[in-house]
Design a protein around this ligand. Structure first.
Ligand code: CTP
Ligand code: MG
Length: 376
């Protein structure tokens, strides 16, 4: 690890002590892509040069975040927040160990290292730095439910976090504000009113959105992929099932269950989405109850086990020599779509041969790959 010069060290203070009244619940407990948003933010700072992490949250939420203590290479402090955002920031700043502090909303999980560096860069020269973005929409003044005048947006900016401050300057402003019983929604305005100090602006990022309302989550939806694979040797006798459809009699996979490689690959992909074990761990061949099990039933059990997944697309490739699968293609797609409860057009099924290569190529084994795309 490269050593950070003492003067460049900073404390990352993550405020997550709000009540999410506009969101309708604790948004600091939200997960994106299976990871909690506070964890995502702390991870980002730990990888972007922070020397310590200070998480400010509600006392009753401490148990939810205890696991974070073991996750990062740098020290983490978890401190209690206050009634207003300013109180929470104050508590975080008091607990911070370094002269430079970066204060960031837990509700903004998509900040980049570039933005952090930009704020830190300006903090070398200025006592207070805030990232801002131009106001995109036309802004109007309203009165009695009517738009009465236009506000020139050229002079306006939306303020984001992380905001960088010299710790002692900020603490001094907090003391003055508390003496005068003044409260501010944002520290940069507090610095103006208490010390007459202007904050330096740097470019923010439009992608650094804050989750405020539940509908904001729509903007964060994105897709991810998971993959599964399976292979089975083939033997004479029995039934060959592919995607829950019998495609041939007189030949069957050497397997503990019915050996449907396509459904097994699909099951492993679904388990991967939730970071769960693979099919072998879930249905071990040492357990008699899975002997000759119908893979379709195993799939339904797995779907119950992993819970709700918003599947966008299932893409399967099955590799089998000598037996033509194309006549069964539509049936297989329909079968998989029915199991998953998704439209047939969201399932694609391709059959391939292996050009005579290896065991699969000699027709002694069947193989399948499955890619599942899902949204979070
Ligand atoms: N915050 C905090 N302490 C408070 C209030 C807010 O640490 N007393 C934090 C929130 O957890 C959030 C950030 O400040 O990460 C920005 O605040 P906001 O988006 O307003 O979140 P909430 O205050 O939770 O939401 P609301 O205002 O809708 O209740
Ligand atoms: Mg708030």
């Amino acid at each position: 690890m490269t050593r950070i010069p003492e003067g460049d060290k900073y404390s990352a203070i993550i405020v997550a002590a709000g009540s999410g009244s506009r969101f309708g619940g604790y948004k600091q407990l939200l997960k994106i892509g299976g990871r909690n948003i506070v964890e995502i933010v702390l991870d980002r700072f730990s990888k972007c040069g922070a020397s310590e992490l200070v998480l400010v949250t509600k006392k009753e939420l401490f148990p939810h975040f205890e696991y974070l203590r073991d996750l990062f290479d740098i020290p983490i402090k978890i401190v209690e927040g206050g009634q207003r955002r300013g109180d929470s920031v104050f508590n975080g700043v008091k607990a911070a160990a370094y002269d430079n502090v970066l204060i960031h909303d837990a509700a903004r999980p998509f900040l980049s290292c570039t933005l952090i560096q930009r704020v830190l860069g300006a903090l070398k020269k200025y006592n207070a730095v805030i990232p801002v973005v131009p106001v995109r929409d036309t802004v109007v003044k309203v009165k009695d439910e009517m738009a009465v005048s236009r506000v020139d947006r050229e002079d306006l900016r939306s303020v984001q976090t992380p905001q960088g401050f010299k710790r002692n300057v900020l603490l001094y402003a907090f003391e003055l504000a508390r003496e005068k019983k003044l409260y501010f929604t944002d520290e940069s305005t507090m610095l103006i009113d208490t010390l007459g100090l202007f904050s330096r602006i740097v470019d923010g990022e439009h992608s650094n959105l804050k989750i405020t309302y539940r509908e904001d989550l729509e903007m964060f939806r994105y897709s991810m992929t998971a993959m599964g694979y399976d292979i089975h040797r083939l033997k004479e006798g029995g039934l060959l099932k592919v995607g829950g459809v019998v495609v041939k009699e007189g030949i069957s996979p050497v397997a503990y269950s019915d050996g449907d490689v396509v459904l097994h690959a699909l099951i492993d992909a679904l388990l991967a989405i939730k970071g769960k074990d693979d099919i072998g761990t879930l249905f071990p061949d040492t357990d008699d109850q899975w002997k000759d099990a119908d893979s379709g039933e195993l799939l339904l059990k797995v779907m119950e086990y992993v819970g709700e997944i918003n599947i966008l697309k299932v893409d399967i490739t099955c590799i089998l020599e000598k037996i033509k699968l194309s006549p069964f293609k539509d049936k297989i797609k329909k079968s998989i779509a029915t199991y998953l409860g998704i439209p047939e057009e969201n399932v694609s099924f391709k059959a391939r041969t292996k050009e005579g290569i290896g065991e699969v190529g000699k027709g002694k084994a069947i193989e399948a790959f499955c890619l599942v795309t899902y949204s979070i």
